[in-house]
Design a protein around this ligand. Structure first.
Ligand SMILES: N[C@@H](CCC(=O)N[C@@H](CS)C(=O)NCC(=O)O)C(=O)O
Length: 215
């Protein structure tokens, strides 16, 4: 059976949310193996690191032993094998639109937000495990990311979808990282009422339940 190597954190949860949206069930369609990233279990597991030299989670292990890493490409792999419901776009133009929003969010929000968190609130947890920037730089990155959340809020306007006028991977990515923020004490920045409505709306989706589950 396909195995999802998973842990605490937004990236494994993004993939798990994607699987829920696809109607894929844990125990039936895939099994999940959990790693305790707080104790560094993933990085101490030689077999895991041989298959994924980054040592990070998630990874998707296929029946033939293929080991896929990086959350977004894993989601695209799942999309190609489970066409319905479509989450990346039906045509080349649609896929370009969905990937545009996802790429913008990944670069402009996810990178500064996660680097900022690791250097500030998450510092005690991350400093012993990986290189983190100074607390001052972390605060600047967090502020840059909040500015971009505001930009995304303005782009969203009155819609609850970033692309194609329907729920896509771009929405899932934004929704997942908003939820990640909430779990670590972050709040949507002032002046992001559109995003607040977006989050409230998508909270009704079954995939939102992933954020209520203990690991
Ligand atoms: N770019 C990767 C990021 C993976 C990542 O940083 N995962 C975190 C969990 S959200 C992790 O493995 N942290 C533990 C560690 O780095 O030891 C992806 O999209 O999957």
């Amino acid at each position: 059976m396909t195995t999802l190597h998973s842990s605490l954190g937004p990236n494994p949860r993004l993939v798990r949310m994607f699987m829920v949206e696809k109607g894929l069930e844990e125990g039936k369609d895939f099994e999940r193996v959990h790693y305790d990233i707080i104790t560094g279990e993933n990085r101490q597991d030689a077999e895991y690191c041989a298959k994924n030299p980054q040592g990070t989670l998630p990874a998707l292990e296929l029946d033939d032993g293929t080991f896929l890493t990086e959350s977004w490409p894993i989601c695209e792999f799942i999309e190609e094998n489970h066409a319905s419901p479509n989450l990346f776009g039906e045509t080349a133009k649609e896929r370009a639109e969905v990937r545009k929003w996802a790429r913008l969010f990944d670069q402009e929000v996810v990178v500064p937000m996660t680097m900022g968190f690791r250097a500030t609130g998450g510092r005690p947890m991350f400093e012993p495990r990986m290189a983190v920037v100074s607390e001052g730089a972390g605060a600047e990155l967090a502020a840059m990311s909040d500015d971009k959340w505001r930009w995304f809020d303005a782009q969203l306007g009155g819609s609850n979808h970033f692309a194609l006028g329907r729920f896509t991977f771009a929405d899932l990515l934004v929704f997942a990282f908003a939820n990640f923020g909430f779990t670590v004490g972050w709040k949507l920045p002032e002046g992001t009422d559109n995003l607040a409505r977006f989050v409230e709306t998508h909270n009704a989706r079954p995939c939102a339940a992933i954020w209520q589950q203990a690991e």
